[in-house]
Design a binder for this molecule. Structure first.
Ligand code: AGP
Length: 613
């Protein structure tokens, strides 16, 4: 996600725009830019780097003007670079645009515009918007707001845009679909931003645009709003009630909680443009040229650290289940030093949220040196790991600020599921009926996560029970063993309570000695295949006075009877349980940490990106 901000009125626009970008830097920070509109020109200054780098870039330049737009970028298409930074210009440099979102049909639109003679200066999906708008503005001989409306009627995907033009240097045109736009009302001035944090110090009077609405903002004129379908709509002005700090966290107390609640959206974004249920098509553009390589691989080796390693363990089940290729999952830090045997027909997949983890980078270099093909699954476009791998897929989860990884994990598992489905269908390893069912079920996952999030209060009560213990055990089998590991990692890294994840069946080989009334045991017990075995594991714990906190599928009976606390999650395919079951464990760890008074977003001794050994 990116941050957009616009101003038009009687003040200097530049300081308002830059300050707004600083307020929204958590939304994206790999490049930034500003456009200032005059009657004879649009001055655009943009560069790779953070907002402070943009300020340095603008020193000594003409930053006058009472109308302007600005953007801080979180790259989705096109690496972080000066030319990929926003704003983007029309060919005649009379119009400028900024965009937050993903244009799914950008390649089709781009090809058509190139055929009409438009030249693109960036690799972004956003740039198609400005050329489409200018093309319609000229060829349909309509005014700019109408050109924006007609252009957006051709767009598939999500957008929050602001458009300015020298032909009307005192007007902002803004529109949204799937990405937020908030309009602020000043005295003979308008503000536009992705969220209230960029405008709350100037005004608390706001309107929240709805999807597929376009607003024209000219000081002295009333706000006019139309839908993409050309229907006039009216809005009531509201008052922003929450503080600036809360606004930057979207009204949540911590970034971690905000990111947990973003998961319906981030999981949907990780599938966007890749899962077409109507046509039963799963395709990942980033690896399409490597599908044959993967299908003919002797082995798939997944290397990662921490939470990403746990996603890799889920990937092992997905790939071996669906495409029957041997998979090994390795801690990157171990892999890089043990002189592993790597064959040229191996395919290595590196998973990393930050794309900067030193151990994972080193593992990639080792694999490349030994001739293996290396693919990446990263969340940061243009990151070191994304650039070091032969190809890969981005998770599109948006910036993850909380040190404890949450939405990145569910997005990683989603991308791995998409990869496995795509390859399984290519290889014909699963019956078409089963494939279709898995594709349909994957599409329903974001709404099932939404359902789980409604259970937050009861999970908070369980946290109130767990917060007083010094240890905890997390148990799971098969697909749920990585979930047990991930749940334990979440608890220990933000609450500092010692927690271990174990395969449930492993209890009798040692850990059962730990069980007594002071050892809460979290069991992910949704398995269809080994349900009875998990039930007997739970009975072994109960027989030794252990307390059971279970995660079960809706409608469960047997495990519920044995549990002291129960969290129900919607029924789903076994292979998608890790996505659903990890969400209550994220909330459980979050609430325990808050109750323990921990610095949830910045836990002690930890960093968001471990760029050192
Ligand atoms: C996860 O909650 C931790 N913050 C940590 O284990 C993290 O997953 C690990 O450092 C790997 O980071 P990466 O995904 O950015 O490579």
């Amino acid at each position: 996600m990116c941050g957009i901000v616009g101003y038009v009125g009687n003040k200097d626009a530049y300081p308002i725009l830059v300050k707004g970008l600083y307020r929204m830097e958590y939304r994206g920070y790999d490049s930034a830019g500003v456009a200032l509109v005059h009657s004879d020109k649009v001055e655009v200054y943009k560069c790779q780097g953070r907002v402070k780098d943009l300020e340095t870039f603008c020193e000594g330049k003409d930053i006058s003007g009472n109308c302007g737009i600005a953007h801080t970028r979180w790259a989705t298409h096109g690496e972080p670079s000066n030319q990929n930074a926003h704003p983007h210009f029309s060919s005649d440099r009379k119009i400028a645009l900024i965009h937050n979102g993903i244009i799914e049909n950008h390649l089709v639109l781009r090809d058509a515009l190139i055929k009409q003679g438009y030249e693109f200066t960036s690799d972004t999906d956003s740039e198609v918007l400005i050329h489409l708008i200018e093309d319609i503005n000229k060829n349909e001989n309509v005014d700019l707001p109408e050109a924006v409306r007609l252009a957006l009627s051709q767009v598939q995907g999500t957008y929050a845009i602001i458009v300015v033009s020298i032909d009307d240097p005192h007007t902002l045109i803004t529109a949204r679909k799937g990405s937020p736009v908030i309009i602020g009302f000043g005295k003979d001035e308008y503000y536009v931003a992705s969220d209230g944090s960029a405008l709350v110090e100037y005004t608390k009077k706001v309107v929240y645009l709805n999807d597929e609405e376009i607003a024209v903002l000219t000081p002295g004129n009333d706000l006019t709003v139309k839908t993409v379908k050309n229907k006039r709509v009216s809005h009531y002005i509201q008052q922003i009630q929450i503080s600036l700090d809360q606004l930057e966290k979207g009204g949540y107390e911590h970034f971690m909680l905000k990111e947990i609640y973003e998961q319906p959206r981030s999981i949907a974004d990780s599938m966007r443009g890749r899962l077409n249920v109507k046509k039963d098509v799963v395709s990942l553009g980033g690896i399409v040229e490597y599908e044959d390589r993967l299908l003919s691989a002797r082995r798939i080796i997944i290397v990662a650290c921490g939470t990403s390693y746990h996603a890799g363990l889920v990937g092992e089940h997905l790939f071996e289940d669906l495409i029957r290729i041997p998979v090994e999952v390795e801690y990157a830090s171990e892999f890089r030093y043990r002189n592993p045997i790597i064959y040229e027909d191996d395919v290595v997949i590196a998973i990393s949220q930050s794309g900067e983890t030193a151990d994972t980078l080193a593992a990639i270099e080792l694999a490349k040196k030994k001739g293996a093909t290396v693919l990446g699954i990263c969340n940061v476009v243009g990151s070191s790991i994304a650039r070091a791998t032969d190809a890969g897929s981005y998770t599109h989860a948006g910036p993850e600020i909380g040190v404890a990884s949450t939405k990145a994990f569910t997005a990683q598992v989603t991308v791995l599921a998409l990869m496995a489905l795509c390859l399984a269908n290519r290889k014909g390893k699963i019956p078409q009926k089963r494939y279709k069912k898995l594709v349909e079920e994957l599409e329903s996952i974001p709404s099932k996560v939404e359902t789980i999030l409604k259970d937050n209060e009861s999970i908070k009560q369980i946290a109130n029970y767990m917060k007083d213990f010094s240890n905890a055990l997390y148990l799971g089998r098969n697909y749920n063993y990585p979930v047990a590991l991930e749940g334990a990692l979440k608890l220990k890294e933000i609450s500092y309570i010692h927690a271990e994840g174990y395969p449930a069946a492993e209890m009798k080989h040692g850990p059962i000695a730990l069980i007594d009334e002071d050892m809460p045991v979290v069991v992910i017990a949704t398995n269809k295949g080994s349900y009875e075995k998990v039930v007997s594991n739970i009975q072994e714990v109960k027989a030794r006075k252990g307390k059971i906190i279970s995660i079960v599928s809706e409608g469960d009976v047997d495990v519920k009877k044995l549990s002291d606390y129960v969290i129900e999650i919607p029924e789903t395919e076994e292979m998608y349980v890790p996505i659903l079951a990890s969400v209550p464990l994220q909330l459980l760890a979050y609430h325990v940490a808050v109750m323990c008074g921990r610095d949830v977003d910045r836990p002690r001794n930890l960093a968001k990106s471990v760029t050192v050994e």
